[in-house]
Write a protein that binds this ligand. Structure first.
Ligand code: UDP
Length: 411
């Protein structure tokens, strides 16, 4: 495994006080109290990628903040070869109901990778947090370990293929607790279960305010003109994000309202299917000059920030979604969001209050047209969306929930 040292001095210097203008002061006081009994506690987060995807995004903000309140937090990423990520991507798809070709050799590859990474488990950690299913095999080490082991399931496991679940649950049930984003995701496991929806960091490069100069520079570098409004979807290139459905909805919209469509995405180290989906999307859209498919570097946080801020509407057309941080990010920027009613997005987009829901391509076209024709509605939804995120889905609120959870587990 590789231990991650966060690169940005700005992010490393983040403290609780940095958030004082964003949250109620009593929340910061409660956080300080809850942190007292946890001073010096060792916390090891383990996941499968440093860049790309929601978990990496969360850890980049949570880690410095945990450290700043006296917790001894570290973050390690599995070392693995491409065959392992092919297996775990298939498992990921199987969590989302896809019937995969589950073979004995997958178990061998999964277990061998776990075995090779065992030595990096921090024996002094009080809490070992396994993010998603990729590092679950490390639970083997738990029997010789003193800490609390927690499995944090960031995806929707409701329709998981029973064969895959039968295999992975053998590991999951050995943990002391599990965390899910929604109540309905909880599996039947013999330990404590917690609900902990994730959060965005309003102070990160992805979400902070940007200057007009930064905005102009980024848009120019990306070759984006705002002469016509644009609709944006930010996502890894993954079929479950259904970019193809959005293209169809957009082409209908274009018949009645001139506008552009931008896809902003990139690769994640643990997602081997991204390139295929990107190429398919490029092929599908190659004859449409008003559609852009951007392949961004993993460090393009400011670029995504600017793209979200300059968009007329942000869409998340996923067919499955564990939580949907891209939705939270857009809502924080007061953007009207149109989304499918799936997974954790349903906690965020309250129809006609903090965004619009569009379960089908036809409804998506209709919702987009409604917002483009009614800027006052778009503005109102955006403002309400930001407040909803401020109260529920920003890092200090998330940290508060973490501290409660760790104190509960210790009591
Ligand atoms: N993201 C990114 N670059 C990309 C695509 C996505 O930085 O090219 C970020 C995005 O801004 C968000 C996270 O990755 O913070 C995706 O989280 P989400 O929960 O929406 O989806 P996941 O990828 O975890 O399924």
């Amino acid at each position: 495994m590789v231990q991650i040292n966060l690169p940005s001095p700005l992010e490393r210097s983040r403290t609780l006080a940095s958030y004082q203008n964003l949250v109620d002061p009593s929340l910061l006081e409660t956080i300080e109290k809850l942190a007292e009994p946890l001073q010096g506690a060792g916390i090891q987060h383990i996941n499968s990628t440093f860049v790309g995807g929601g978990v990496a995004e969360i850890l980049q903000s949570l880690l410095p903040l945990m450290k700043s309140i006296g917790l001894n937090a570290r973050w390690d990423v599995l070392s693995a070869q491409s065959d392992f990520f092919e297996v775990t991507k298939a498992f990921h798809n199987a969590f989302h109901g896809e019937k995969i070709n589950f073979r004995e050799e997958m178990i061998t590859i999964y277990e061998e990778t776990a075995q090779k990474n065992l030595a990096v488990i921090d024996d002094s950690a009080d809490f070992v947090i396994i993010h998603d299913q990729q590092p679950l095999g490390l639970v083997k080490r738990k029997d010789q370990h003193r800490g609390h082991w927690i499995w944090y399931c960031h995806i929707d496991p409701v329709d998981v293929d029973p064969r895959v679940w039968n295999f992975l649950s053998r590991y999951a049930r050995r943990c002391d607790a599990a965390i899910y984003h929604l109540d309905e995701y909880a599996k039947h496991l013999p330990h404590q279960q917690f609900i902990l929806p994730p959060a965005i960091d309003p102070l990160s490069d992805k979400n902070r305010e940007v200057t007009d100069t930064e905005k102009e520079k980024v848009l120019e570098e990306l070759g984006i003109s705002t002469d016509q409004p644009y609709i944006l979807q930010v996502s890894r290139y993954d079929r479950l994000k259904n970019p193809f459905g959005l293209v169809h909805a957009y082409l209908e919209l274009l018949k009645v309202f001139p506008c552009q469509l931008i896809f902003a995405g990139g690769a994640a180290d643990d997602d081997p299917e991204g390139l295929d989906v990107y190429n398919e999307l490029k092929e599908l859209t190659k004859d449409h000059s008003t559609i852009r498919v951007l392949n961004l570097a993993p460090t393009s946080h400011l670029e995504i920030n600017v793209l979200q801020r300059a968009a007329a509407i942000v869409v998340q057309n996923s067919s499955r979604e564990g939580f949907g941080l891209t939705v939270t990010e857009a809502m924080w920027k007061e953007k009207p969001v149109v989304s499918t009613p799936v997974g954790g997005i349903r906690m965020q987009v309250i129809p006609d209050k903090t965004g619009l829901m569009a379960p089908t391509v036809q409804e998506l076209t209709k919702a987009l047209l409604q917002l483009l024709q009614n800027p006052a509605l778009a503005q109102q939804l955006g403002q309400q969306a930001k407040e909803h995120v401020r109260q529920n889905f920003i890092t200090p609120v998330y940290l508060h929930r973490w501290l409660k959870l760790m104190n509960d587990l210790r009591s």
